[in-house]
Design a protein around this ligand. Structure first.
Ligand code: FES
Length: 179
């Protein structure tokens, strides 16, 4: 579980992730600090020294890993027609930017402060909605994201919900403003 909560957004790189793994291991063990376990964490991470392998082993599909590695659609859109920031119950936050013409989404990008799950879900969502009508997008749910990705860890299903909720709120906000 810990592994999937420490993946950062952005370009931290493997070395930074290694440091984070060790930091998280130490923090996680605060109070029951056991150097042997910390050492084991370090060994485990050295063995699985490839983020791709870690994600796959955690249950992310090849497509999800590819999206995460390539930061698909991560970014901002200047002067978007719709924009919304939403923080889920877990504390992760997503910001969605949409370009909309004649009720069709013509471009979609996102930023997030969150885990690998939120990034893969954000990439999947923005890919899925590009070129689609608002009516179509309003009907999407987290299962559609999971179907699109193929698989992601069970405990990360709520990350797909974060992306869907951000989309729904962005559309609602856009419609409210446009009437
Ligand atoms: Fe909450 Fe990923 S852990 S969105």
């Amino acid at each position: 579980m810990i592994l999937m909560t420490i993946f950062p957004q952005g370009d931290l790189g493997l070395e930074g992730i290694e440091d984070l793994v060790l930091d998280v291991a130490k923090v996680d063990l605060a109070g029951v600090r056991d150097d042997k376990i910390v050492t084991e964490w370090a060994s485990i991470h050295k063995i699985m020294s490839n983020v791709r392998d870690l994600l796959k082993m955690s249950g992310y599909s090849d497509k999800a890993v590819e999206y995460y590695e390539n930061h698909l659609n991560v970014g901002i859109i200047e002067n978007p027609d719709a924009q919304f920031i939403y923080t889920g119950p877990c504390g992760d936050t997503m910001e969605l930017f949409l370009k909309i013409t004649s009720a069709v989404i013509t471009d979609a990008k996102f930023q997030a402060i969150g885990c690998a799950g939120s990034f893969t879900a954000g990439s999947a969502l923005t890919k899925m909605i590009n070129g689609k009508t608002l009516k179509y997008c309003e009907k999407l749910d987290e299962k559609d994201i999971l179907d699109h990705l193929g698989s992601m860890p069970q405990q990360k299903v709520h990350c797909a919900r974060l992306a869907i909720m951000t989309l729904k709120k962005a559309i609602k906000h856009y419609k409210k403003r446009s009437t």
